[in-house]
Design a protein around this ligand. Sequence first.
Ligand code: CP
Ligand code: NVA
Length: 301
Amino acid sequence: MSVRHFLSLMDLSSDELRALIVRGIELKQMRQRGETYAPFPHKTLAMVFEKSSTRTRVSFEAGMAQFGGHALFLSPRDSQLGRGEPIPDTARVLSSMVDCIMIRTFAHETIEEFARYSRVPVINGLTDRFHPCQLLADMQTWFEQRGDIAGHRVTWIGDGNNMCHSYINAAMLLDFKLSIACPRGYDPDPALLDAAGEHAQIIRDTKAAASGADLVVTDVWASMGQEQEQAGRELAFKNYQVDAEIMKQANPDALFMHCLPAHRGEEVSAEVIDGPQSVVWAEAENRLHAQKALLEKLITA
Ligand code: CP
Ligand code: NVA
């Protein structure tokens, strides 16, 4: 049987995604009840980080520990990856020693190449193109608070980046409508939009995009690797802040999400992210539970 990887949400069927979300909620409840559930003694997850991380690293590492297994952290600075060892060689060697591999890197092609040579599951912990693990947590957070998301309206305000791309995939798989408000020049990949059909559309005006939304989501204006574009992006995105005015356009019980880290006063006002509609702390915690459900599925497969 071929190895199951998780490089984008589209590696799952709609049913599999829904089942993972439900399992994440169960695993959270088990932990809240203080139950020990350690199905993976001696199993090892290798985590390769070519970019910074707080949530992704800690949630995968804590999740493996809670499962009775182990996670090990590798960075280019202190592994041979940083000295030019080819991806296929690294993939072959790591996958001969561990049970699962998580990678956070720049080009999506890097993780695709890695997966081709890996004999164990490879998980995308963020690339420039997608951040599917974050969507598992975001959708778990929605399902916990509001039930199924099918038929609901989600508004993305900001950059057409890796998070936006993963929201487009989620809209297709979970059958919700995504309105994307981004400045010209910062659109998501048109091929992804085409594939999403009526599930995703660009609406330039932020208020029009947020009108009637059940969930409003944003992310940083400059992603990791775009630090030198910060000043230009501040100009381009200055009218794309999620503030109280934007939230007023949404439904009164709309939720606000942000994958974090956030920049108050840039993509979101403090009033919104620290306000009553914000669920960012549950969203961040759910990285742990959602990824435990993912690890369970991939390691058991
Ligand atoms: N949201 C997210 O992926 O956070 P980190 O960059 O801290 O892992
Ligand atoms: N779009 C952001 C997400 C960080 C979790 C980035 O890629 O830096």
